[in-house]
Design a protein around this ligand. Sequence first.
Ligand code: CO
Length: 197
Amino acid sequence: MKIVNYPHPSLRYPAVPVTHIDARLQTFAREMYDLMFEHRGLGLAAPQVGIPFQMIVLNLSGDPEKKDTVEAFLSSVFINPTILDRKGTIEDEEGCLSFPGLYQKVRRAKNVRVQAYNLKGEALEITANDLPSRAWQHEIDHLHGVLFIDKMGPVGKLASRTALKDFERDYAKAQEKGEIPADTEILKELAALAATA
Ligand code: CO
């Protein structure tokens, strides 16, 4: 498993709701959890690793010491998350593991109330403020093919143009070299995987 960079089609592919929690899903979650820490991310969504399922991992404890406990893992995985309620707005710097090195200001709701399921299939309701609220919104956007570049203001979009062109050029080069399959092939694989959620 590895993190795909923009403009990989998985990032725009709408993720399907998870309908059953099995060993495969738990393995995906564990690998995503480890990747998130490896890359020092605050969160990671399944489409960022080429899996079109509605699942995210979040690292909101800020305590890497606790990373390896089962409790830390289980409390970091969220299935089929949806935002129930948003309040206020706040603008702050944001980045994404699928856009390494790109940071821009993005306006988000200051507070969110979220509903999700954990890996045990238990329903959760979570209230988050400020940075955790931002992380929830960013990761849930990923499940709908929405990226932080879509949420930037006009200044941020303009300032990101060169970086995006560079990502697009690197991606095209990797495809030319055969390191990444053709988009049509990737889309076929995504559809096949989505049918097994
Ligand atoms: Co992201």
